[in-house]
Ligand binder design. Structure first.
Ligand code: DGL
Length: 268
């Protein structure tokens, strides 16, 4: 047997992917919560944005990434992309029933709980595809009774983050313009695209300190721990995990490293 073969499946890495560098906002949280695990991050920046593509297109791209991970191989996959989760998660799970495959969806639940107690509307910012898909409509049908929930796509923000401009003045103007109509009644903001948390300092400035901002990364980290545990795949060691970065556009790898280390402030 080759020396690189790991005999214990729990020692294999976890594959994490996104349409680009956005999923690194999730990866950061996974590494914080599971510091003994090895992670491999793949960003598909050459094909970003996914959010303005068709669901079939996003499914095809996601399948290719999972096939790539399986050649490593990995012990689990995290789809660190709300868009790819709505378009591909169920098909990927059916195709690979033995591979724990986790997705991410907009953190609507805690936002609704918050406004039910404190009042105000919920604004969910995400890609056009995520907001259009049945998965999101079902989520609102299930949970959203009695609260005004506004869907606010922000496709340009993905491009700005991919261009390393998450905290540029032009990005702030764009976000201020988008959010302005909702500000008077805003009770909670949901960042339903994994690129958006990199603009957290701007969002915090725009909405002010009194409006909570939710994203789904913590939920995914908790769920990943549960799933690994349930499959006997949690690594015994508590620290010393590694993180590998890969991207279909090699020019984005340096940006990925930078975003992984970025200080986004107290909400992160
Ligand atoms: N980061 C992705 C998400 O969470 C998608 C961004 C895009 O490629 O449009 O939805």
């Amino acid at each position: 047997m080759a020396g690189t073969v790991r005999s214990n499946p729990a020692d294999l890495p976890i594959g994490v992917f996104d349409s680009g560098v956005g999923g690194i906002s999730v990866l950061r949280r996974l590494v914080q919560r599971l510091p003994g695990e090895d992670f491999l991050f793949f960003g598909d920046s050459a094909n970003a944005p996914y959010g303005t593509r068709t669901p079939d297109d996003v499914l095809r791209l996601s399948e290719a990434i999972v096939d790539r991970f399986l050649q490593v191989p990995v012990k689990a996959v995290v789809i660190a992309c709300n868009t790819a989760t709505s378009a591909a998660a169920s098909t990927l799970r059916a195709a690979h029933p033995d591979l724990p495959t986790l997705g991410i969806e907009p953190a609507v639940k805690p936002a609704l709980e918050y406004v039910r107690a404190h009042g105000g509307d919920v604004v969910v910012m995400a890609t056009p595809l995520t907001l259009r898909e049945k998965k999101f409509a079902d989520l609102l049908d299930r949970l959203g009774a009695g609260v005004r929930v506004h869907r606010l796509p922000a496709p340009r923000l993905v491009e700005l983050v991919e261009a390393g401009k998450a905290d540029d003045p032009a990005t702030e103007r764009y976000l201020r313009g988008l959010l302005a109509p909702y500000m008077p009644d805003l009770g909670a903001l949901v960042l339903g695209c994994t690129h958006y948390p990199f603009a957290l300092p701007l969002f915090r400035r725009i909405v002010g300190p009194g409006v909570p901002i939710f994203d789904g990364a913590d939920g995914v980290a908790r769920q990943l721990r549960r799933e690994l545990d349930a499959h006997g795949l949690l690594r015994a060691r508590q620290a010393g995990g590694t993180v590998g970065f890969d991207n279909s556009d090699p020019g984005q790898i340096a940006l990925g490293h930078k975003l992984f280390m970025a200080d986004l402030g107290p909400d992160d």
